[in-house]
Ligand binder design. Structure first.
Ligand code: SF4
Ligand code: SF4
Length: 306
């Protein structure tokens, strides 16, 4: 099927299922995209749970369909591509060996630098594939906290020597443009809107490797319970009103615009659900046993020990 015909059919289906619905100004901006500048993307997964991919497919504006057909050319994605086996490996090789033109690498998951056999694609260690791609790619996007900083696979003990993409590239003395989009999982807007920015405007302004547009400030600074924090009004158990700091909230160390962007198409977000921020965008997310996701407040601890 020709691409134009596919897009027409996909647009009809998208309309029928209500998965389009871009705000008009965004639609207008995206329509001005120069098709020759739409980046080719190879999306690979290292040590990952696939949660970021699932999250990306929940995007509403732009819809996933629009993103992977109109605003990027998704050449390969481990879960979404119909191609598999030897054919998939030949396709990946065409790109990473530099035969198929300019492309960006998107990596979800960390790289087991200390145990390459812990993650293989087509019997080849992902570490070798990424090392080869590093020589030919135009740039890379690290999708999610595992790809940025190691994440859960790099938790204390780290038997596979899992590292994020930045550390891996630096160990190979590769200096290519890299955008880091942390989150466990990543918010679909954070990635898709970064790609649109790359295409429309160029490299976004970064802070510690992540787009400032989303990661300029901490969750704590923008939190609706910040005034409770200032007045030392603390929740003692889940469901209480007040700042969740005593229950382990890591909003002070996590950067992200969750308090203003919200999640699930603007339905809710962690603290709105009375759950502490678990610091999923922080480089130290899930890294230390001494920093668990939740804590018992002093009152709760006394009740538990009775
Ligand atoms: S609930 Fe968390 S993010 Fe909000 S003010 Fe308290 S410590 Fe900060
Ligand atoms: S509020 Fe915290 S845990 Fe929740 S998504 Fe944002 S950074 Fe992650």
């Amino acid at each position: 099927m020709k691409r134009r015909m596919f897009l027409k059919m996909a647009a009809t289906l998208a309309g029928a299922f209500g998965v389009s619905g871009l705000p008009l100004p965004v639609q207008a901006a995206l329509k001005r995209l120069d098709p020759s500048r739409i980046p080719q993307l190879i999306y690979l997964q290292g040590l990952s749970c696939t949660g970021c991919s699932i999250s990306l497919l929940q995007s509403t504006s732009p819809s996933p369909l629009e993103m992977i057909t109109d605003y990027s050319q998704l050449v390969f994605h481990t879960d979404l591509s119909a191609t598999s086996g030897k054919q998939a490996m030949a396709l990946i090789d065409d790109y990473i060996q530099g035969r198929a033109g300019d492309y960006f690498l998107a990596l979800e998951g960390s790289i087991p630098a200390g145990m390459p056999e812990a993650c293989v694609i087509g019997h080849r260690p992902i570490a070798d594939i990424i090392a080869q791609a590093a020589q030919t790619m135009s740039g890379a996007v690290a999708v999610g906290t595992c790809a940025c900083d190691g994440g859960i696979p790099a938790a204390e003990g780290n038997p596979t020597g899992a590292v994020g993409l930045a550390e891996f590239l630096s160990s190979k003395q590769v200096d290519k443009p890299l955008i880091q989009i942390p989150g466990c999982s990543v918010h679909p807007d954070w990635l898709w809107q970064t790609i649109v920015h790359l295409v429309r405007v160029g490299m976004p302004e970064l802070k510690d490797g992540a787009p400032k547009l989303f990661f300029q400030r901490t969750v704590h600074e923008q939190c609706p319970r910040y005034h409770d924090f200032q007045q030392e009004i603390y929740a003692e158990k889940l469901g209480d009103k007040g700042c969740l700091f005593k229950l382990g909230c890591l909003g002070p160390v996590a950067r992200g615009d969750c308090p203003t962007r919200w999640w699930n198409g603007g339905q809710t977000w962690c603290i709105d659900c009375n759950a502490p921020c678990i610091g999923c965008t922080s480089p130290s997310f899930a890294r230390k046993k001494s920093q668990p996701f939740y804590r018992l407040s002093e009152i709760n601890r006394q009740e538990v020990s009775r």
